[in-house]
Design a protein around this ligand. Sequence first.
Ligand code: T1G
Length: 702
Amino acid sequence: MAEAPVVRLEKDGDIGVIIVNYPPVNALGPGVADGIIECLNKANGDPSIKAMVLMGDGRSFIAGADIRGFGTGRKRPPLGERTYDVMDRSPKPVVAAIHGYALGGGLENAMGCHYRIAVESAKVGLPEVLIGILPGGGGTQRLPRLAGPQVALDMIVSGRHVPAPEALKLGILDEVIPDSANLRQAAVAKARAVADIRPLPRVRDRDCKADPAIFDAMRKSIARRARNQKAPYHCILAVEAACTLPFDEGMKREQELFQELENADEAKALRYAFFAEREVAKLPDLPPGIVPYDFRKPAVIGAGTMGGGIAMSFADFGYDVRIMDASTEALNRGMERIRNNYATSVKRGSLAQDEMERRLARIHPVAGYDGIEDCDVVVEAVFERMDVKKPVFARLDEVVNKDAFLFSNTSALDMDELAAVTKRPEKVAGTHFFSPANVMKLLEVVRPKKASPETLVTAMAMGKKIGKISAMAGNTDGFVANRSRAPFNSEMVILLEEGCLPEQVDKVMVDFGYPMGPFAVGDLAGLDIGAEGRKRRAAADPNYRKLPIADKLVEMGRYGQKTGAGWYRYEKGDRTPHPDPEVAAIIRQVAAEMGVPQRSFTDQEILRRLLFSSVNEACKILEEGKAYRTSDVDVMWLHGFGFPRYRGGLFYWADGIGVREVYNQIANWHQQYGDRWRPSALLRQLAESGTPFRDAKPAPFA
Ligand code: T1G
């Protein structure tokens, strides 16, 4: 049977309807653009057709160019012969009918049309900067003409998806209809209504003047977050060209800027991250077609910092959630903390007051287990100690209806041991949120031995439903994220023993692209928390490498921001870290007591000591079958630890250096420093065979 064409032309009376059918999101894959042009020419050549509609089959309008095509040397038709050029020359009006997404090349085609109508739930945007490029299909020239230069600048530099009602207000859309309405019928009616209106309202013909100051203002406003990156600045240059050059000159300038970005390292790394974030959702060893349970009544146990953040995540995505704590005081404190968090967002202008009220109204505090019997998903987030969690899990197993899923937010404890205190171990899994839970996008789903496939896909899907990126991890101490990060956390302190200072290490990591240095992050999280974890590990492992300098600071009550002093000192009410000579003195004193010779370090050695230690540990995690893919580890580092996105991730960055060089360096440090740098067997194999990390074959999931 002949394959369905990726684009087809149908007739509704005197209106030609051009339909793109390229699942899953109608990206402009092979044959799609040519198909649109062919249908446009056919419709323009058919005297019985008075106007056209462009729309998408399935769940979306057009979600942009096919990202898989970038960097492959694919041939693009020259300027003047592309879909939107053909629309510009069309003697008959074309109406874009938008549902789902009109992103990138999708919105560019819609702006090539003469009118745009959308359903309420649709989203439009030019998110190319998020994959290290810029809108290369006229978006930087048409959007400023349609919505004004400032709006275009904001949308193109941020890559934001704009909801249809807002896009209507911004002048991007001409009409928004309810989701329940029939989009095709409405678009055909619109096309019929405008069929005889001349001249045709072409976006390219509109004026586009701007106050030149807006461009420098934008450059200033992104300076911190866009450091080391090119694409955001090229986006500004392209919109600037739209406001200073005639349309066709501006299009040429856009092309030049686009070509400078398409094959740059930044774009390659961001494309890798895009697909890694899609791949992480796939669980290759589970039977296909397992349907996640569509939960409706979530509950969170424990109204502490993490419990509160988790409850907010559910409320932020529309769920009525119960939050339970054994003590009413703790419950009230927890609700107060939630209210304050929302109030801070309102003050910052990132949340409207009425939306805050709506979200707060979805969070229902309950004092005691008898308020959660009918819940269908329960996330336990009580104190991180097994002797505290076990009785809670046993009690939940007794009171919550037997079909409910019991998840734990533990960040390191043994999930098999926790599941074993219930009569439903097949319904138990770990759902490890990262702090602050309502902000961090990573959800590490931990897989105990007895968890059923339905339980695992339900936990993964729960993450997506509350705006998280879910990644599967095996049940090992610290799971994948924290376990791969642990050597980094030790190595940064060991570098101090050898002569580095916290501010020196932090500068290297901030220059590398981290929003904050690891020592400043330590002070934010609280050094006493880290000390708790070290104590637990030292108790479990006699060979555990102690960190006397870090322990010394905690002994002195230097817990970080909360005590006004940690690795840095802080002025009252100010979070700015100030290097502290007292810390430098402590470091030298402890190093002298340990008899560690002092020396100087290059920035590269500091960077590699920290990240190679985690690459090595992550290889051990893969060889033990505790993670599916190297790209999953990268997704965890991007969304759990703020690894700079334009560097792709831990393994992607290491592949940039080369597996052999990474191995050789680690093997050298093994000679120099001993067991903590023992190379992983998988790493040695990859180096010997010259196999990049991206092609590594981890052990089957265990
Ligand atoms: N190209 C190729 N594949 C794509 C794709 C795209 N543009 N968009 C999605 N997919 C695949 C994705 O890999 C996944 O595949 C499946 O579709 C579902 O996606 C000239 C230069 C549209 C908001 O940046 O943001 O146009 O894993 O899981 O959560 O100026 O996908 O199932 O095999 O993400 O519902 C600009 C990118 C391109 C939009 C849907 N466009 N896509 O989210 O589903 S550059 C974008 C998204 C461009 C022009 C330029 C999201 C989505 P698989 P999903 P979702």
